[in-house]
Design a protein around this ligand. Structure first.
Ligand SMILES: [Zn+2]
Length: 95
């Protein structure tokens, strides 16, 4: 049984490795598949980065809500009003 070299792109078989490597350079299916997987990988990275950014935004939003709750609970205390209003002003600059 002769050993064959198979193209992963189109499935064509070659008797020697040189024949395969020559074919690989011109095989559209193989280069297309490689580009597709590369594109897919890039897309995955983009999705991961977008998820990371979204996660950060959610954390900031949660933090903001916590600060708001803290503000409303401390509003009754006179000595805390100035602090909470500063925090509120500070937060509004970021919204
Ligand atoms: Zn091929």
């Amino acid at each position: 049984m002769p050993s064959t070299y198979k193209c992963l792109g189109c499935g064509r078989s070659f008797d020697d490795s040189r024949g395969l490597s020559v074919h690989k350079r011109s095989c559209k299916k193989l280069t297309g598949a490689a580009t597709d997987s590369l594109k897919k990988r890039c897309r995955n990275i983009e999705i991961q980065q977008a998820a990371k950014v979204r996660h950060r935004e959610e954390e900031q939003e949660a933090q903001r809500r916590r600060e708001e709750i803290r503000d409303s609970t401390t509003e009754a205390d006179d000595h805390d009003v100035s602090v909470s209003s500063i925090i509120t002003l500070y937060l509004h600059n970021f919204v």
